[in-house]
Design a protein around this ligand. Structure first.
Ligand SMILES: [Zn+2]
Length: 239
């Protein structure tokens, strides 16, 4: 009787030790796997990297996984320019304004390098509507983001872009913005890394007369709004 009790105690003790051991192993393995999956490689580099994506630019070069966007998504147009033409000017001017700062700028076409990492990713677009009265800008964070920094980035753009341009918020934040293909790392290889802070900015409406004039003829101010957003978000210092 005494022996049986003793055996039961030993078995109970062994089961407890085994359970604790296995649980610790599983928890640690999952934690390790997560750090491997969600560890951006470049975020530790000294010079921050910013990607400005020019919406719809070189759309015909999109990879096969995004072939549905090649022809159908050429963007809006107005005032004699297409959306990618207008956004290329804005992106280049923004890069110029950021030149004196300690930051690396990369201009990206519609095609994003696979699993792309950056300290900030901003997709530049111009809105379009059949309603010619629709005007203003809008910003959305990535709906797929695994970092709260995407929310912060879109908040900073909302404030800084409005302060620089004086444009009103259009209030039009579509699903296509929030779940933008470039943010969709679950579905597409050619998308940003889940930890890359990301937002999409509809700079103004190319289909509205006043907005169109502003985008084309006040491109310096539009670029200032984008550059100020990046300077504030990354707390950039002059070189
Ligand atoms: Zn667009």
């Amino acid at each position: 009787m005494k022996n049986t009790k003793y055996t039961a105690l030993v078995i109970g003790f062994a089961i407890t030790i085994l359970t604790v051991g296995v649980t610790t192993y599983v928890v640690n393995s999952v934690a390790y796997a997560k750090t491997q999956l969600f560890q951006p490689s470049i975020l530790s580099s000294a010079t921050p990297r910013v990607a400005l994506q020019i919406g719809h630019w070189k759309n015909n070069e999109l990879p096969d996984e995004l072939d549905s966007l090649r022809g159908s998504s050429l963007g809006s147009h107005g005032g004699g320019v297409t959306e990618p033409e207008a956004m290329l000017v804005i992106a280049e001017k923004t890069a110029e304004l950021l030149e004196p700062y300690d930051v690396e700028i990369e201009l990206l076409p519609a095609t994003i390098p696979p699993n792309y990492t950056a300290d900030a990713f901003v997709a530049l677009h111009a809105d379009g509507s059949e309603n010619r009265a629709a005007h203003g800008f809008s910003v959305s964070r990535s709906g797929y983001s695994l970092t709260p920094a995407s929310q912060e980035l879109s908040g900073v753009i909302n404030a800084e872009y409005q302060a620089a341009t004086g444009l009103v918020r259009s209030g039009r934040i579509t699903r296509a913005m929030r779940y933008y293909y470039g943010f969709n790392w679950l579905k597409y290889e050619h998308s940003i890394h889940p930890q890359t802070p990301a937002a999409i900015l509809e700079t103004a409406f190319l289909t509205n007369a006043a907005d169109q004039d502003f985008l084309i003829n006040q491109a310096d101010i539009v670029a200032e709004g984008v550059a100020n957003s990046i300077i504030t978000f990354l707390e950039l210092d002059l070189e």
